[in-house]
Write a protein that binds this ligand. Structure first.
Ligand code: UDP
Ligand code: MG
Length: 328
């Protein structure tokens, strides 16, 4: 049977930690009872450099439920995406499948069962998708939706209304760990992994306790990171605008010459207006061209895996195993 690790990043979550632990232990027991996961499945809390009692509470939970609760303490606050990555990579070698979930119980723990079912049906990644955002404030809802639309416009593949509540098989985490980039935007990276995926739907609840650890500043940073880590479209847009302005300058040329010859202009206007349009366009075009190269360098330095082989059908043995055979 598959061993499940539930990975929970926590930053100053003393108010909800015990509640989260209780709810998730309930899920583990329920699923183990139904023989959907093994009895040694566990929760992995990642303390993202909290300044409050979060880590002490994790230690207490671990003492009380050593088999079910584990913890990782990061040396400082590195942010949600890194904390989650640290948890997933730590859990990878101890489990067959992981589910990542926020500590605040906003995501419905009851759909974890459905995620596991979909995992057993052959999916390597199962996205938790919010059905609606009734409990979010108007502001959070509209900004979040504008963000998903913008991502789409920029050509970044993401799952609409999916945050970081998701199941990943061990091999999916393994593949994910090959992405060495530092500007992490996990949601955008998942579709790159490939493999068969599915979604489960749930209603997002209010925070069980405590306050959001994602103020507007962090949200904007995440949004900007999401776009700039996955798309070089903004650079291409500069190039495009430069081209358009050069075209406009040609029209301006015709108009300016026409005005010049019909004699209805102040001396100097013609050359001035032409220079402004043409040089402006040329500068944008040049910046855009330079940008294209920078975009390529940017993509290169990420050194992302170029492909992910899922299966090989081959009747030949690999050369090195043959060597082994001969030796043996
Ligand atoms: N979190 C974290 N490090 C941070 C900020 C947040 O590990 O620097 C965790 C936090 O403890 C929670 C999850 O990320 O488990 C999501 O944060 P939150 O619920 O505050 O975000 P919101 O739901 O308000 O967008
Ligand atoms: Mg939350």
């Amino acid at each position: 049977m598959d061993r499940l690790a539930i990975v929970v990043p926590c930053y100053n979550e003393e108010a909800v930690l015990k509640l989260a632990s209780q709810a998730l232990r309930g899920v583990l027991e329920d699923l183990a009872g139904k023989e959907k996961i093994s009895a040694d499945s566990f929760i992995l809390f990642v303390d993202d450099g909290s300044a409050d009692r979060t880590w002490e509470l994790i230690e207490e939970e671990h003492r009380a439920y050593p088999g079910q609760v584990s913890g990782v303490k990061l040396a400082g606050n590195v942010g949600h995406q890194f904390a989650l990555t640290a948890g997933l990579i730590t859990a990878k070698d101890m489990s067959d499948v992981t589910v990542s979930i926020d500590a605040d119980l906003q995501d419905d723990v009851n759909v974890i069962e459905e995620m596991i079912d979909k995992f057993h049906a052959g999916n390597d990644i199962v996205y938790g998708v919010r059905r609606e955002r009734k409990t979010d404030t108007f502001f959070k809802r509209t900004t979040a939706q504008a963000f998903y639309k913008l991502m789409e416009l920029m050509g970044v593949k993401t799952v609409y209304n999916h945050a970081d509540f998701r199941l990943m098989s061990r091999r999916a985490v393994e593949e994910f760990s090959k992405y060495k980039e530092t500007n992490l935007f996990l949601r955008g990276m998942m579709p790159l992994i490939g493999y068969q995926t599915d979604s489960v739907y749930y209603d997002r609840k209010e925070r069980a306790a405590g306050e959001s650890k994602y103020p507007l500043k962090k949200m904007l940073a995440l949004a900007f990171n999401g776009i700039s880590s996955f798309s070089v479209k903004p650079i291409s847009m500069i190039l495009g605008i430069g081209l358009i302005i050069i075209l406009v300058s040609l029209l301006a040329l015709v108009y300016a010459l026409f005005s010049y010859f019909t004699g209805s202009v102040v001396p100097g206007w013609t050359s001035l207006i032409l220079s402004i349009w043409f040089l402006g366009g040329l500068q944008l075009l040049a910046v855009g061209m330079v940008g294209q190269y920078i975009g390529k360098i940017y993509i290169e330095v990420k050194q992302r895996p170029r492909y992910n082989i899922e299966e090989i059908l081959c009747s030949r043995k690999a050369a090195d195993t043959e060597d082994e055979d001969r030796k043996g």
